[in-house]
Design a protein around this ligand. Structure first.
Ligand SMILES: *[C@@H]1O[C@H](CO)[C@@H](O)[C@H](O)[C@H]1NC(C)=O
Length: 347
């Protein structure tokens, strides 16, 4: 029933968009975009998707004109999200369930920040060798697992000097208190790593971005191999809510930190370069999880966070975002956590 009504909706909308004629001057750009991203549509869907893409393209071009005039400090660019509506994007990209309250008793500590910390005024864990390549969550709402592996990779690097890409699929399949492709939180992922005694590598447990429903499959979807464990954590640290200074100190002293962000704006979806910053509208909600890998400032002295995303290198600055620092943009400091290594020797 549902699929029939969705099809009917697309048909209705496409009838309407057909009457508001599509722009023939972007025909070639549209064809190139489809080829680049391997997009193919059924005939009845094509004009609907084209209309969405044109709307997004127009929004991007309007924004960039304003940015060129100095009204914004960041630019947008067409990417693989171009044919989706803002509602579809919000739904698909809502993967952080920050109100899940299952870990109140978890092994958590609160990060104690100093009044006047002795930390560098710029740091980038990428250049130190502690950050793996940018990954792609695809159409699965698994940002929480990418944010968690990123922080665990950083933790392992700091402990051993070795950088090993870790398995999001391991967390998707085995972190049963999370909701797989329907979202989750990093704390529960760290708890899973603690309970199962480690985490496998990306190589030995590769990502496929799907979750097998355990109720059907008798709990066999978890394929964690203890002998192949790369690293373990035994608790996690939490930064005081909305304490951006504390967050900066943690990034400098501890390493990459997992954060929740409000990623609902279409400007966020199509961010391409520069220092991102939206006017806070007071109704922020954390929807997405990312990884802070450093901070720095522009030549004009404007401070920013360096955030690693899991939307492939097609998004942002080769998969990264620079986000204005100091005014809690996108509520970046509301939900910030990091894993704490197991002090025991060995893996
Ligand atoms: C901070 O940014 C400047 C200018 O882009 C760059 O030269 C410098 O290496 C950056 N700092 C770090 C720690 O990466």
């Amino acid at each position: 029933m549902l699929s029939i009504s969705v099809a009917a909706l697309i048909w209705l909308v496409s009838l309407r968009t057909l009457s508001t004629a599509l722009d023939p001057t972007v025909e070639g750009t549209w064809r190139d975009w489809k080829a680049t991203h391997g997009k193919e549509y059924a005939q009845e869907e094509e004009s609907f998707r084209r209309a969405m893409w044109e709307k997004n393209l127009q929004m991007i071009q309007d924004h960039n004109k304003q940015a060129d005039l100095g009204k914004y400090t960041y630019w947008l660019g067409m990417n693989h999200f171009g044919d989706l509506t803002n509602e579809e994007l919000d739904k698909r990209l809502h993967c952080l369930l920050s109100d899940v309250d299952k870990v109140t008793k978890g092994n958590r500590i609160t990060f104690k920040s100093s009044d006047d910390p002795d930390i560098p005024d710029q740091i980038d864990w990428r250049t130190k060798g502690g950050v793996t390549e940018v990954k792609d969550q695809g159409s699965c709402g698994s940002c929480w697992s990418f944010s968690a592996t990123g922080a665990l990779e950083g933790m392992h690097f700091k402990k051993t000097g070795k950088l090993v890409s870790l398995s999001e699929q391991n967390l998707l399949d085995c972190s049963k208190e999370n909701y797989g492709c329907d979202g989750g939180i990093m704390e529960l992922a760290f708890e899973t790593v603690r309970k199962q005694g480690g985490i496998n590598s990306e190589k030995s447990y590769p990502y496929d971005g799907t979750v097998i429903n355990d109720q059907i499959c008798d709990g066999e979807s978890c394929r964690y191999e203890p002998e192949e464990s790369i690293t373990r954590c035994n608790s996690f640290g939490q930064i005081m809510e909305n304490d951006e200074k504390g967050l900066q100190e943690a990034v400098a002293k501890i390493g990459p930190v997992s954060v929740g962000v409000d990623a609902r704006s279409s400007k966020f979806h199509f961010y391409k370069s520069g220092i991102f910053g939206e006017h806070n509208n007071g109704k922020q909600e954390l929807t997405h999880a990312m990884l802070i890998v450093g901070y720095n400032h522009s030549s004009e002295g404007k401070g920013y966070w360096i955030l690693k995303n899991s939307w492939s290198t097609l998004w942002g600055e080769k998969g990264y975002m620079r986000l204005a620092k100091g005014s809690n943009q996108c509520n970046v400091a509301e939900h910030a956590v990091f894993p704490i290594p197991d002090p025991k020797k060995g893996k």
